[in-house]
Design a protein around this ligand. Structure first.
Ligand SMILES: [Zn+2]
Length: 112
């Protein structure tokens, strides 16, 4: 019988739904990953318990807020494969618009 094992599992394994609720309630919060390896960590924040700052084994994408399980032992390769819906659908036109505006400024033509 694995009664003890299953009870430990229940404590450690929060579902995405409960984590999402706890984030809304403020029981959990997002913190940026410190001393992170891998540039994809720029896109993710670690979900921790607000009081204890204990890891929930979940991370959240800062762009699309998708929760994903993360365990130190598992590694994070699946995170780097995350195809962010926000990133891929975001047009780069916002940058172009900025530059177009800049170019509109009237430059003085050959004052001398
Ligand atoms: Zn994302």
């Amino acid at each position: 019988m694995n009664e003890m094992d299953s009870s430990i599992d229940e404590i450690n394994r929060e579902t995405k739904e409960t984590i999402q609720k706890k984030l809304l309630l403020g029981v959990c919060k997002l913190i940026p990953k410190s001393n992170a390896k891998g540039t994809f960590w720029n896109c993710f924040e670690v979900v921790v318990f607000t009081e204890t700052e204990q890891n929930t084994n979940y991370v959240s994408c800062i762009k699309c807020h998708k929760l994903m399980s993360y365990k130190l032992l598992q590694g994070s390769s699946h995170l780097s494969r995350h195809k962010c819906a926000v990133l891929t659908s975001e047009p780069s036109s916002s940058i172009n618009q900025y530059f177009n505006k800049k170019q509109k400024t009237n430059l003085p033509q050959r004052v001398m």
